[in-house]
Ligand binder design. Structure first.
Ligand SMILES: Nc1nc2c(ncn2[C@@H]2O[C@H](COP(=O)(O)OP(=O)(O)OP(=O)(O)O)[C@@H](O)[C@H]2O)c(=O)[nH]1
Ligand SMILES: [Mg+2]
Length: 476
């Protein structure tokens, strides 16, 4: 029986026995899309990134009371907003869309609202729900505490998310502390097995010069070699969410503003693009177009404007659709989507099972047979064995050579759950090649497992790795 089938059965039994509503909710959640939270410090670009991922202007990115409330964006038949109140009630709320962004009329003080749910008809939200969280200013403010409480499994309370995208701007001590606060045994939510890092607002690195994204790539690589950070958040992808969002929603009139700038003599173009202030200023002979320029500056940022003008001048793009494609390509959003799909969507079963078992722990007495059954599932399901091992590898607690640990991380699904991910093969690898690689991996882990000088923990890990290889061989 599959892991999730086991978990469903257990939830049904636990609910029948306890009638605890939290278990009924957890049971429903197993068949709902994976829940992925976007978290990070104030103004890290969380809402903008969410919009880029969905490909629609949805989450408000300016100040406003709703940016201080955890907001879920989920697929639904029509646009609709529900406010879930702290007193347990839920109510539909009216909303407006101001330049796309959903502005919600709360009708009450924000602190009475636990979270908001925005339904959006969107194929991009079908396999996962995205959750915009309020920025973490410092570790002590109210809003920060609310976000942390939401993301973390707090004492007896199970976390509400299955995975986290964590935005880092420039590496900061408090980011590491924040990530470290997701401690745990590898099975509580928020540990590095289900976190992907984003170096956000990447286009601003190094003063928005045209090579900003390359510079950001180098910074992200450096993060990936930072021992402390890697344990917490093993993958860090540079993303310019603003470019991604603009790429998805660029309008013809915006293209025309940029094309008009590009058509000016070179010396004027250079002058205009020198700084954001210069570009937005209404002085001189370009005064009349200043409002349009301010609008595109807000939408694309200085880097996006510079890039667009160059692409238009060099005749690489000729219309809004061309430019939109280029902005998307430069934003890094496709790469994030790829990693996100591999790491989260591809492993959604085990991530959901983990969340569900945490709810059972929360709702049933520790000595009951239900708790024992939850423990049995955790101990015996190979998916959980892999997750625990992955956590051990990443927290530096498994002895082994760098090469062994890197291969193990991959084999356990650290780069994605598909067989080709696990074996480090290209996506188009034919079954015969996958089988060959799996056999080779099986033999090499068998050797590690039987080697008299291998540490005991490594031998145990090797046996689990063999089991993974056998699993792959059974299905190719
Ligand atoms: N240049 C640039 N600016 C960005 C990017 N992402 C966001 N911004 C800008 O940064 C500001 C904050 O963006 P938000 O998306 O609202 O950030 P947030 O993390 O949701 O902010 P809070 O919810 O208030 O904590 C806005 O002015 C955005 O336009 C980016 O990738 N590049
Ligand atoms: Mg926000």
């Amino acid at each position: 029986m599959s892991l999730l089938a086991d978990v469903r059965t257990l939830l049904d039994r636990a609910y029948a026995e306890t009638r605890d509503q939290r278990l009924a909710d957890a049971r429903r959640r197993v068949d709902e899309p994976l829940r992925v939270a976007i978290a990070g410090k104030v103004k890290a670009g969380k809402s903008t990134l969410l919009n880029a991922l969905v490909g629609e202007e949805l989450a408000p990115t300016d100040a406003g009371e709703c940016t201080k409330i955890v907001t879920w964006y989920a697929d639904g038949p029509t646009y609709a907003v529900t406010a879930f109140l702290k007193d347990g009630h839920a109510e539909q709320r009216p909303f407006n869309r101001i330049q796309g962004a959903v502005q919600i009329d709360l009708g009450r003080p924000a602190d009475q609202v636990d979270h908001l749910e925005v339904r959006v008809p969107s194929a991009r939200l079908r396999r996962h729900t995205l959750i915009d969280t309020p920025g973490i200013a410092s570790l002590s403010t109210d809003v920060s505490l609310r976000t942390m409480a939401f993301l973390e499994a707090e004492g007896e309370r199970a976390a509400q998310t299955d995975a986290v995208i964590y935005l880092l701007r420039h590496m900061h001590g408090s980011d590491v502390r924040f990530l470290e606060s997701f401690h745990g045994d590898g099975l509580s939510t928020g540990t590095p097995v289900n976190a992907v890092g984003v170096l956000s607002r990447a286009d601003e690195i190094g003063g928005c010069r045209l090579d900003a994204m390359d510079a950001a790539g180098r910074v992200a690589e450096r993060y990936a070699t930072d021992e402390r950070l890697r344990r917490l958040c093993p993958v860090v992808i540079p993303v310019a969410g603003l470019l991604g969002a603009a790429g998805a929603t660029l309008r013809e009139d915006e293209f025309r503003v940029l094309a008009a700038v590009a058509a000016e003599p070179m010396s004027d173009v250079v002058e205009l693009l020198l700084t954001a202030d210069r570009f937005a200023s209404a002085a001189g002979r370009f005064a009349a177009q200043a409002p349009g320029r301010r609008r595109v500056l807000q939408r694309l940022g200085l880097f996006g404007v510079r890039l667009s003008v160059r692409l238009i001048r060099e005749d690489i793009v000729r219309d809004a659709a061309d430019l939109a494609r280029e902005l998307t390509a430069h934003s890094g959003i496709d790469r994030l989507r790829e990693v996100f799909t591999a790491q989260f969507v591809g492993r959604s079963e085990v991530l959901k099972a983990r969340s569900a078992l945490a709810v059972i722990d929360e709702c049933v007495p520790a000595e009951s047979w239900l708790a024992a059954e939850a423990e049995r599932i955790r101990a015996s399901a190979h998916e959980f064995v892999e997750l625990r091992l992955l956590h051990l590898v990443r927290s530096g607690r498994l002895p082994g050579t760098d090469d062994q640990l890197a291969r193990l991380d991959m084999l356990l699904g650290g780069q994605g759950g598909a067989a080709y991910h696990r074996l480090g093969l290209p996506a188009e690898a034919p079954p015969a090649r996958i089988a060959m690689a799996a056999k080779a991996a099986l033999a090499s882990w068998q050797a590690v497992g039987e080697h008299p000088f291998s540490a005991r923990e490594l031998r145990t890990a090797a046996r689990a790795a063999m089991r993974t290889c056998e699993g792959i061989l059974q299905v190719v």
